[in-house]
Design a protein around this ligand. Structure first.
Ligand SMILES: [Zn+2]
Length: 455
């Protein structure tokens, strides 16, 4: 059989409840699929990748990122959510050309791969013209990442598209994209609808968009219960009143859900994406990892915006871990009791960042754990360099010590996309394009006060 590859002699963290960890083992990749996972796999003449001193695990899953913002990375370092609406969505977004979206998605997806993120939910509310979604999808395709492309609204003016908006996402174009690129749901790229939801648009639009997604058989993803404004909308309650809650929907942030809303969300089979750094830095509220678990949900992690936070999963894992434990320990301090043993662990964080992410992105049947039959989305994390050696507990090492510089190999759908610590894809081309996009975008907007060192 062609294209056989053996990852030999690594510490294998399958993230599967039954298979667990193998202290030393092999993973056989056959074509795009995981063929075998075992202590010793005889693979004949397969290409061998030496995994000695490496942790072999599933790639991370980022369940929500506005990848189009790659070109304006770091432009809003101190922004709150309110500032972000003005500075990013109302200032930069209307200036985006299709080529800027392509450059951002290509560079942003390569950035993910470099950081060990093998699946990305691209929350793409930048469809200023019908060329924009095609450009976004082409960028993801050219990078070779597994992604759920979430088709969102245009961003030509904040007044038109947010807060009591009467403009629905154009159904004919969503249908065109569905038919052109996503005739099957089995590909490396799948599709979702990135909606605004009640409070951000009028009821008819909410109904129209939910109906559209369900008619086309694509899942729904929306931001809820974040920040000063949307935290008070009660969006889950509103969706419940409209009869629109369902298992096909991902709820991002959820910082100010009421207990009643948590219950409604969980009972409906909905899923949760938490963006810990953005939530803490920008005023969305406390990252609700513990709250999700309390309600039997399987929280996932997401990066959200690289205008304000880093684009890697390690930063999110640590932010969520610190925040969750600070919350629990703070309550214990107040009540003068011992810290409960149920507090989340470093390994839980890896579960959130891999298998739970696959669940939330609707691809748990094909990725998120190293199980024979699933697609080969695998990373090798070096444990021999400074900052990671010596190794005692592999889960702790990945969750708490490693960073992007320790991601040695990245395999997506059986293809090696990073090897010997270097991206296989053409980063120089991507960087050129995304720097050109940055130059264009910055030239189109008034100088922002926050850019202390730009231009
Ligand atoms: Zn977001």
């Amino acid at each position: 059989m062609a294209d056989r590859m053996l990852l030999r002699g690594g510490y294998i963290m399958t993230m599967d409840a039954e298979l667990g960890d193998l202290r030393q083992g092999d993973v056989l990749v056959e074509g795009d699929t995981i063929g075998e996972v075992g202590a010793s796999v005889d693979a004949g003449d397969a290409e061998v990748i030496d995994a000695t001193g490496r942790i072999v695990m599933p790639g991370f899953v980022d369940t929500h990122r506005h990848t189009w913002e790659t070109a304006i990375r770091g432009s809003a370092p101190n922004a709150t959510l309110d500032d972000y609406f003005v500075e990013i969505l109302d200032t930069f977004a209307p200036q985006y050309r299709a080529e800027d979206v392509y450059a951002s998605n290509l560079a942003g997806a390569l950035e993910c791969i470099n950081a060990g993120i093998t699946t990305l939910v691209d929350w793409s509310h930048i469809n200023n013209t019908p060329d924009h979604p095609d450009a976004a999808i082409q960028g993801l395709k050219d990078a070779g990442i597994r992604a759920q492309y979430a088709y969102g609204s245009a961003n030509t003016s904040l007044a038109d598209y947010w807060f009591e908006s009467k403009l629905a996402i154009p159904r004919d174009d969503v249908e065109r994209i569905r038919n052109t690129y996503f005739s099957s749901d089995d590909g490396l790229l799948t599709m979702a609808l990135a909606t605004r939801g009640p409070g951000f648009c009028v009821e008819e639009v909410v109904r129209e968009e939910w109906t559209m997604a369900r008619d086309l058989g694509i899942p729904i993803t929306l931001h809820i219960a974040m920040g000063r404004v949307a935290g008070r909308f009660g969006m889950v309650n509103m969706l419940n009143e409209l009869g629109l809650l369902g298992p096909d929907t991902t709820y991002i942030h959820c910082c100010y859900n009421s207990d009643e809303e948590w219950k409604l969300l969980a009972d409906s089979g909905g899923t949760v994406s938490i963006a810990p750094l953005v939530e803490m830095q920008m005023g969305h509220g406390r990252p609700p990892t513990g709250k999700s678990l309390e309600h039997g949900l399987r929280p996932s992690l997401s990066i959200d915006v690289v205008t304000t936070v880093p684009g890697d999963m390690f930063s999110q894992i640590r932010a969520a871990f610190g925040s969750e434990r600070e919350g629990v320990c703070g309550v214990a301090w107040k009540e003068d009791v011992n810290i409960p043993e149920t507090t989340v662990t470093a390994r839980d964080m890896l579960q959130f960042a891999t298998l739970n992410g696959a669940h939330v992105a609707g691809v748990e049947d094909r990725t998120g754990s190293l199980v024979p039959g699933k697609k080969a989305d695998i990373i090798l994390v070096d444990t021999t360099g400074p900052g990671v050696a010596p190794l005692i507990d592999p889960a702790a090492m990945v969750a708490l010590s490693a960073d992007v510089s320790n991601i040695e190999t990245v395999i997506i759908n059986g293809e090696v996309r990073k090897r010997d610590f270097k991206l296989v894809g053409d980063w120089d081309r991507a960087r050129g394009l995304v720097e050109n996009a940055r130059d264009h975008l910055i030239s189109q907007v008034p100088r922002q006060e926050r850019w202390t060192a730009v231009g």
